[in-house]
Ligand binder design. Structure first.
Ligand code: AHR
Length: 630
């Protein structure tokens, strides 16, 4: 098959510079036990039946065990904070009696690395006060320790450093009082010193770097379904997730575990800033998940109108003040005191997630939307139209968004690869004068739901068309982003991890190739083929964009055909002969789950031939020197 691509720079159009971002949800243990670098599981002893977990033995003792004759119980009298009601009481009669945390399937440490220990402690009874805290291997060897001294006169936060003397994949953190007595502990925490950008209470460096390498223009958080929760009581409340860790209010996670909210709104905003991405918080529209099944609030219920809803609306407004207000404002001061005096420059706020477009939803959405528009006209509100599928009320959602003139609406679809291949014109007819689109969740789901070249190429093809339509599609994010091996509720995900490694999938690489090669101008092209079979039209994709900052011209070529394509590029004056290029290619059989891209450098000419392997995705970046006018 031969295909000739002739770009028409005279017809170029501006497209959204924020097109490629990421969707972060605490699903699949993506936060606690994942991106959030805390190594201790259930540090606050707040796991409870309310979490509706899938695990045996769930409760305040989960991930904790005792050694020797130690007895572990839990109390709530005189807690360190009302939001963190439970604490552990450890009774020991002799040295060697201990309690230990088993982390998230073990605690992984590296020889020579420093770990930051902190805990709240107090003596309940007994004469000794010294407690050794040690990293211990499965066979009982200590590989690093520190000693803290507990106060008799009430709770105190104690800090120490532990240096690991050996590498271990599944150590425990043992708490070993030196003398008989009763000891109280809460918020027992161990962090690697080495976090992403060295932040305290920070993020796991390897996972954060994998996300940063996607070059996301924005990060959506905290979900997904986590944002609107399972019943009204489970709606994610951002105010519970900022401030000192011991004062944050952990909660049941709709994916049936516990979220400590140690990775809370401050940390999300900080992460965005560290990556140069826009924060995109999504807040519930005053209604919980329409699929709520165990929250007891019923499917159609929303926050009661009147006082409760007014307070909820105020929470939304307060978030904007918290993010953007200066130190003289009430919530701006809270942010400044937490360590970020400068505003975070929030631009987007999502209201609602994939909600049923019921009267209950519409009423509450409008109240929030009107309040934000009135107080913060510069904030772009992103509405929701519900999920797109045969028979869904997606059209109805669009009608409502248009009536209200919502600037951007969030669409979600998880479809088979064939859907993406056959619906490449999805946005062609979208009204350019109506609301813009945030394709907030999407993925190609092949039977059995693997990530392979079939899913990756179908998305790569579709994204050539998303770039073509990026005058109406402003933002997009593949979902979900990440999953912890052995704790996965949803698949496929873009990356899979355990305590020491990350596996990047074919879908990840496609997103990275787009994120690192996004543009601000789209250059339409005429495509001609020597073979007019429908397959060729459907399964060959091209997109030419230009990045204004570098001046680079970027050509994406997708060949999802089972045969090679000889591609002729007629670039004319867009490049000079001999313009240096970076070329990134990924190829593999449709069932290949391990394909990875590789990069080469070379040059490109005004008329350039390039052979595209069967089932391949190629990105050519013609470096500055482009003669295309700015
Ligand atoms: O991405 C996983 C889930 O899919 C999200 O939480 C939800 O919004 C959607 O149904």
């Amino acid at each position: 098959v031969t295909v000739t691509v002739t770009p028409r720079p005279q017809d170029q159009k501006a497209i959204s510079p924020d097109l490629f971002g990421v969707f972060f949800e605490d699903i699949n243990y993506a936060a606690d036990g994942g991106l959030y670098a805390e190594l201790v599981q259930n540090r606050g002893f707040e796991y409870s039946d309310a979490d509706h977990p899938r695990h045996e033995g769930w409760g305040p003792a989960y991930a904790w065990r005792t050694y020797g004759g130690a007895a572990l119980s839990f109390d709530t009298a005189n807690p360190i904070h009302a939001n963190n009601a439970h604490y552990a009481v450890l009774d020991v009669s002799k040295p060697g009696d201990a309690m230990a945390n088993t982390g998230f399937d073990g605690i992984a440490v590296k020889q020579g690395d420093t770990y930051l220990l902190s805990l709240f402690g107090r003596m309940v009874e007994g004469n000794g006060r010294r407690v050794r805290v040690a990293l211990r291997t499965k066979d009982g060897r200590e590989i690093g320790s520190a000693t803290v001294t507990l106060p008799r006169d009430g709770w105190r936060k104690l800090d120490a450093k532990i240096k690991a003397t050996e590498t271990a994949a599944d150590a425990e953190l043992a708490i070993m009082p030196e003398a008989a007595g009763r000891y109280a502990f809460d918020m027992v925490s161990l962090f690697p010193k080495d976090t992403y950008k060295g932040r305290r209470n920070g993020l796991r460096r390897d996972l954060a770097e994998a996300i940063a390498n996607l070059k996301p223009r924005f990060v959506r958080f905290p979900g997904g379904c986590v944002a609107h929760g399972n019943g009204i009581q489970n709606i994610y409340r951002w105010k519970n997730t900022v401030g000192p860790l011991e004062s944050r209010k952990g909660m049941a996670n709709i994916w049936r575990y516990h979220q400590s909210v140690g990775l809370g709104f401050y940390e999300y905003f900080q992460f965005c800033e560290d990556m140069g991405a826009e924060p995109l918080p999504v807040l519930a529209a005053g209604v919980p998940c329409q699929n709520s099944s165990w929250g007891g609030d019923g499917q159609q219920g929303g926050i009661p109108l009147g006082k409760e809803m007014d307070e909820y609306i105020q929470d939304v407004l307060d978030l904007i003040e918290w993010a953007n207000g200066d130190k003289t404002t009430k919530w701006g001061r809270v942010r400044a005191e937490a360590g970020h005096p400068k505003p975070f420059n929030l631009k987007y706020v999502g209201i609602g997630n994939e909600d049923l477009i019921s009267e209950v939803f519409k009423e509450r959405f409008k109240l929030i939307y009107d309040a934000v528009k009135a107080k913060y006209p510069d904030i772009t509100v992103i509405g929701t139209v519900g999920p797109f599928y045969e028979g869904s009320d997606y059209e109805y959602g669009w009608q409502f968004a248009k009536e209200l003139d919502v600037p951007i609406v969030d669409e979600h679809y998880y479809c088979p690869p064939g859907w993406f291949i056959h619906n490449r014109d999805f946005y062609d007819a979208y009204d350019r004068r109506g609301p813009k689109v945030y394709l907030g969740e999407y993925a190609a789901h092949a039977p059995g739901r693997p990530n392979n070249m079939e899913t990756a190429l179908s998305v790569a093809l579709y994204l050539t068309d998303l770039e073509r339509n990026a005058d109406v599609v402003s933002l997009s994010s593949f979902a979900p982003l990440m999953a912890r091996r052995g704790n996965t509720q949803w698949t496929p995900d873009m990356m899979y991890f355990d305590n020491t490694s990350v596996r990047l999938t074919t879908d990840y690489y496609v997103q990275r190739m787009y994120g690192q090669n996004a543009g601000d101008d789209y250059i339409p092209a005429t495509v001609a083929s020597d073979n007019d079979r429908e397959d060729v039209n459907l399964r060959f994709g091209q997109s030419v964009v230009r990045d204004q900052e570098t001046g680079d011209v970027i050509i994406k070529l997708v060949n999802a055909l089972p045969v090679g394509v000889e591609c002729r590029l007629n670039l004319g004056d867009m490049v000079a002969d001999g313009t240096p290029t970076e070329v990134e290619r990924m190829a593999g059989e449709p069932s290949d789950t391990r394909a990875k891209p590789s990069k080469t450098t070379g040059t490109i000419s005004k008329e350039q031939a390039i052979s595209l392997e069967p089932y391949s995705f190629t990105v050519i970046r013609a470096k500055a020197g482009s003669t295309l006018k700015k």
